[in-house]
Design a protein around this ligand. Structure first.
Ligand code: ZN
Length: 101
C-alpha cells in the first residue's frame, strides 16, 4: 500500500469537504433569504388582497367572482389561511367558504 498516495487522497478529500462545507453554508444563506422573501411576499399579498376588497365597493357576485379568481390562481381565500399560497391542492375551508356565497 502506497502511504504517500493515501495521504494525498485524504488531503484531497479534506479539501473537497472544505469546499462542500462552504457551498452548504452559502446554500443555507440563500434558503434563509428565500424564506424571508417568501414571508414578505405573503404579507404583501395578504395586504393587497385585503385592500382590494376594502377599496372597491363590489356587489356580492363581483366579490365572489374575485375570490374565486384568487382561489384559482392558487391562494387561500378562507379565514384560516387567507392570502397564503395553496400548497396542498384543494382547501376544504376555501371551498366551503366559496360555496356559501
Ligand atoms: Zn383555504
Amino acid at each position: 500500500m502506497d502511504k504517500a498516495s493515501l495521504f494525498v487522497q485524504v488531503a484531497n478529500m479534506e479539501e473537497r469537504l472544505g469546499e462542500l462545507y462552504m457551498e452548504l453554508g452559502s446554500l443555507k444563506e440563500k434558503i434563509l433569504q428565500l424564506i424571508e422573501e417568501n414571508q414578505r411576499l405573503q404579507q404583501e399579498n395578504s395586504r393587497l388582497l385585503q385592500q382590494l376588497q376594502e377599496d372597491e365597493p363590489m356587489g356580492d357576485s363581483q366579490s365572489h367572482h374575485n375570490l374565486l379568481r384568487i382561489y384559482e390562481e392558487g391562494f387561500h381565500v378562507c379565514h384560516v389561511n387567507y392570502g397564503s399560497l395553496r400548497t396542498d391542492g384543494e382547501c376544504l375551508f376555501c371551498l366551503s367558504f366559496l360555496g356559501k356565497h
